[in-house]
Design a protein around this ligand. Structure first.
Ligand code: ZN
Length: 354
C-alpha cells in the first residue's frame, strides 16, 4: 500500500535521528487527517514539467507510488496520496498530495511553491568546473544494423533501439541544459565511421576546467538466448591516451606535457567511472525490475578510448533474449531507459561541477 510503504521509508530514514519519535507521531496524525479526495484541476501542474523548470531530476517508482526530486544534492521525497513531503530525509513539510491524472503526476500550486522555496534556499552551484558539451553516440546505423534479434513473430535491430534512446536523451538534455552543446553523432539511419564519431567530440575546444561527456548507446546480443540485462562500460584505467594535443604541448613545454597528460588521464578515468556508476545506479532503479544489472565493466572500446573525455558505453539489454526483446520493441520502455540515462548524466554533472 502506497502510504504504508512511504511511511516505512520515512520511518527507516528517521529512525537514526533524535526527532524520530516526534515525527512518527506527526505521521500518525497525518494518516488520520489526510484528506482522501483529490480533484483534478486545470491549473494544477504536471510534476515532470515542474521538475524540468527547476532543473531538477525526478525518480518515480510506479509500484510504490513514491518518488524523489533531486537538485544539487538535495532531495524531496513524495508519495501519491500522502499530504506532505520529506525534505533531505529530515524535515517534513505539509503540502497537498500529488495525484495521478491522465497518465501524468500532477501537483497543486502549494506543492510547487514548497518545492521552489526549498530549492531556492539551497546554495547554488558555483564552480569553475563545467561540462561544456555532451556527445551522444547511437551505435551502428545505416548499412550496419548492429545486433539483431530475430523471432518467429518479430525482428529487432540494435541500430533502431540505439537511435530511439539517444534521440530522447538528447531532447531531455537540451531542455535541461539549453546553454550547452548536446550533440548526436547521427540523427537518422546513417553510418558515420567510428573515427567520425570520435572526431566530432574531439573538435570541441576545451579549457583545462571544461569537460565533454561522451555516451555511446548500444544493445547486446548473445548465443545464449537466456542472457539478459544491461551493462555500463568505462575506459580501462590501464590504457594511456594522449589527452593533451600537440598545440597545448608546445605551449606548456614538451617536457611537462607527458606529466600533464598522465594527470588528466587519471582524472578522466576517475570521472568515467563515476559517470558509469551514476548511470548504472539510475538504470537499476528505473528498469532493474525488468532487466537485471550485469555490472559496471571496463574495456578498451574504440569509441571511448579515442575520445578525450569521460566516456561510457551503455549496453541497454539483449535483443537475443525474447523477453528483453519484447521490452526493447516498446517505445515506452526505450523512453524509460533514456530517462534513466538522463538522470544519471544529470547526477554526474552535478557531481562534476560541485
Ligand atoms: Zn553495438
Amino acid at each position: 500500500m502506497t502510504q504504508k510503504r512511504f511511511l516505512a521509508i520515512v520511518y527507516c530514514k528517521m529512525a537514526t535521528t533524535r526527532s524520530f519519535a516526534l515525527v512518527f507521531v506527526f505521521i500518525l496524525c497525518g494518516i488520520v487527517l489526510a484528506p482522501a479526495e483529490v480533484t483534478q484541476q486545470q491549473e494544477d501542474v504536471i510534476l515532470s514539467d515542474l521538475v524540468r523548470s527547476l532543473n531538477a531530476t525526478l525518480e518515480y517508482d510506479p509500484l510504490s507510488h513514491a518518488g524523489t526530486i533531486t537538485k544539487a544534492g538535495h532531495d524531496v521525497r513524495f508519495a501519491l496520496g500522502v499530504p506532505y513531503v520529506l525534505l533531505d530525509w529530515s524535515t517534513l513539510k505539509t503540502v497537498p498530495s500529488p495525484y495521478d491524472a491522465d497518465d501524468s503526476l500532477r501537483v497543486k500550486q502549494e506543492f510547487v511553491n514548497a518545492l521552489r522555496e526549498f530549492f531556492q534556499t539551497k546554495p547554488g552551484v558555483s564552480s569553475k568546473y563545467l561540462v561544456k558539451a555532451i556527445v551522444i553516440d547511437p551505435g551502428h546505423g545505416g548499412k550496419d544494423p548492429g545486433a539483431i534479434g530475430e523471432f518467429t513473430d518479430f525482428k529487432l535491430q540494435e541500430k533502431d533501439i540505439n537511435l530511439a534512446i539517444a534521440s530522447r536523451l538528447a531532447e531531455l538534455l537540451r531542455i535541461r541544459y539549453p546553454d550547452r552543446a548536446i550533440l548526436l553523432t547521427r540523427t537518422d539511419d546513417s553510418y558515420p565511421s567510428l573515427e567520425q564519431r570520435v572526431d566530432m567530440a574531439n573538435t570541441i575546444k576545451l579549457s583545462e576546467t571544461e569537460a565533454i561527456v561522451y555516451i555511446s548507446i548500444h544493445a547486446n546480443a548473445s548465443f545464449n538466448k537466456n542472457t539478459r540485462g544491461f551493462e555500463v562500460w568505462y575506459l580501462n584505467p590501464d590504457y594511456r591516451r594522449t589527452v593533451v594535443d600537440d598545440e597545448t604541448a608546445k605551449e606548456k613545454g614538451q617536457d611537462i606535457a607527458p606529466i600533464i597528460n598522465t594527470m588528466l588521464e587519471e582524472e578522466f578515468t576517475t570521472e568515467s567511472i563515476i559517470l558509469a556508476q551514476k548511470v548504472y545506479q539510475r538504470m537499476g532503479k528505473m528498469i532493474g525490475d525488468d532487466s537485471p544489472g550485469r555490472g559496471i565493466k571496463a574495456e578498451e572500446w574504440f569509441v571511448v578510448r579515442n575520445a578525450k573525455m569521460p566516456s561510457i558505453l551503455i549496453e541497454v539489454g539483449f535483443v537475443t533474449n525474447r523477453d528483453e526483446a519484447l521490452l526493447l520493441a516498446q517505445a515506452a520502455y526505450l523512453r524509460r531507459i533514456a530517462d534513466a540515462i538522463y538522470n544519471g548524466v544529470c547526477d554526474f554533472i552535478e557531481h562534476f561541477e560541485q
